[in-house]
Design a protein around this ligand. Sequence first.
Ligand code: HEC
Ligand code: HEC
Ligand code: HEC
Ligand code: HEC
Ligand code: HEC
Ligand code: HEC
Ligand code: HEC
Length: 384
Amino acid sequence: MIKINRGVFYTMDIKTCFMFMIGICTVLTSSCLISFPAYAIENDECMECHGDDTLMRNESEGMKEDLYIDYNRFKYSVHNINGITCVDCHSDIEELNYDNEVPHPTSLAMVDCDGCHEEQGEAYLNSVHKKAGGKGITIPCYACHGYHFVTHLQADSVFERENKFCLKCHNPNNFHEWLPQKETHFAFVECAVCHAPDSPRYISLRFYDLISRKFLETKDLLDALGTDYENFMDKLDKDRNGVINLPELEDMVLLLRQKDVRGTFHGELVVELLPTVHHINRGGANRECAQCHNPQSPFFEEVYISLKKDDGTALRQKVERRVLESYYVNHFYAISGTRVRYLDKIGLILIAGGFSVVIGHLFARIVTAPIRQKRKKKKDEFSI
Ligand code: HEC
Ligand code: HEC
Ligand code: HEC
Ligand code: HEC
Ligand code: HEC
Ligand code: HEC
Ligand code: HEC
């Protein structure tokens, strides 16, 4: 280390001092360059090759593996938004050596999601999916989440959540024969609400527009109310207590009507995004109807309206529990109560769209997972 006696500066004139500082800077930077030749590899460098949509490689049995990454989608992934780069995940690429045909090892280690998501990794240990490993079925994190295009989940509807996850592998109509109105339940109750029972749940209210016959997107809702994210509560929360209460919700419906937007609020039962959502086990769910269909149900403790932002995160506004009794909200805790019949049809439409089972690529991955692991093991052996 270079030690500088502070006194030196006092005895130098400004110009000498300046030259001296430049000198120190030069010495420091050049020594930095010498001692740390490695630099952070930018995504652009990887995209030089992986941005080419014809980049493929031959796998066994005539299969081709696509090595192209759609950067326009990657750009909007939660990882890119949070500054995670290609080599943060593909961390065994330490440098690109262009003397070789492929500038990095061609058999890379499996990406370690748990390295950054420790709590979820631990929670996942206690689940039927992780334990399936004992039977030779490997279900890695990305079998559910995907990897290059992971997005935030908070603001997603039940429909979007289940399509992304459980419906890739399970068809719930094959089970649950004890459950009436399956379509309705699967459209409005997230699988994890029943199957990860130690996760806190809440009700997310969404506005269904009867004229366009669809749920209003946040942007359309805000436009119709003539407001934006920042001023939403200012506009609605007249008593400034930070909670939308029953009269305030009814005012909101009237404001929407003035803009010819007519409909009702619909409650979806979803889980809080906590690591415990991974605690899914055989026999873990409870088929007791009264846990939900009862006005005192703890499931209705928390009620929110979620406003989805462009980056996929949500601004969650608390709503008074009493709004569930409003004429404008579907009364699902009282089966025999007033019911709005068309909602069952919506359930059917939603679920019909939901069964486009995305198996192909995914199954190939699960099936090849053991091979990949073997490949990795082999590599580890070589490196010993
Ligand atoms: C000069 C072109 C080129 C560059 C630059 C490049 N790659 Fe590759 N990459 C390839 C080729 C070619 C393959 C297929 C190798 C093979 O034949 O198995 C490949 C394969 C891969 C694989 C699959 C490996 C496996 O184990 O299955 C990953 C992951 C990968 N690259 C990531 C990256 C990342 C991350 C970067 C940037 C740090 C990068 N590549 C930069 C050409 C490139
Ligand atoms: C969040 C972690 C993560 C990030 C960030 C990431 N990857 Fe990957 N990548 C994976 C996983 C997981 C796989 C598949 C399984 C494996 O190989 O472990 C994969 C597979 C690949 C493959 C093999 C082909 C395929 O699509 O399966 C290539 C090529 C690749 N990544 C390149 C890149 C490039 C280039 C970037 C940056 C633009 C990048 N990756 C960023 C996690 C990531
Ligand atoms: C069987 C499917 C499945 C597997 C496998 C899985 N997850 Fe999840 N994960 C979920 C579901 C479902 C949610 C909640 C999504 C929702 O409610 O919209 C979730 C939520 C998350 C979240 C956001 C919530 C939080 O705790 O912050 C993270 C991060 C996450 N998972 C990481 C992982 C990691 C890391 C692994 C591997 C150790 C993994 N997941 C394996 C299904 C899965
Ligand atoms: C290098 C560290 C790193 C790695 C490796 C990594 N992640 Fe992430 N992940 C992050 C960061 C940072 C965020 C954004 C912060 C946050 O919201 O929790 C994030 C966010 C997420 C989320 C969204 C959570 C939410 O709040 O909605 C999911 C799901 C997720 N990651 C899954 C994965 C999966 C699956 C893998 C493996 C393929 C993986 N991550 C690998 C750092 C990482
Ligand atoms: C990648 C495919 C895949 C995804 C995605 C998936 N599962 Fe599974 N799931 C399996 C497999 C395989 C088993 C069987 C494990 C075994 O036999 O031990 C299983 C078992 C189960 C079981 C135990 C009952 C049984 O038949 O063994 C439940 C409950 C379950 N999954 C619920 C869910 C839920 C809820 C989701 C969404 C969060 C989900 N699964 C996502 C593949 C998947
Ligand atoms: C109203 C609560 C509830 C909802 C919602 C629900 N399930 Fe179930 N499910 C149960 C109960 C209760 C069982 C039987 C006990 C058990 O295995 O946990 C069961 C059983 C299962 C089984 C295992 C069947 C077996 O042979 O053991 C799977 C797989 C499953 N559900 C997947 C799903 C998926 C996927 C979803 C979302 C589309 C879902 N469930 C939604 C309550 C529910
Ligand atoms: C996890 C909570 C939960 C459980 C457990 C549950 N339900 Fe439901 N049920 C709901 C929700 C939420 C709806 C959706 C109501 C709506 O908004 O359309 C619903 C809808 C219904 C409907 C349709 C109401 C109508 O008039 O169309 C019937 C019937 C019903 N449930 C009966 C049952 C029965 C019987 C059981 C027990 C075998 C049961 N539910 C278990 C939450 C639950």
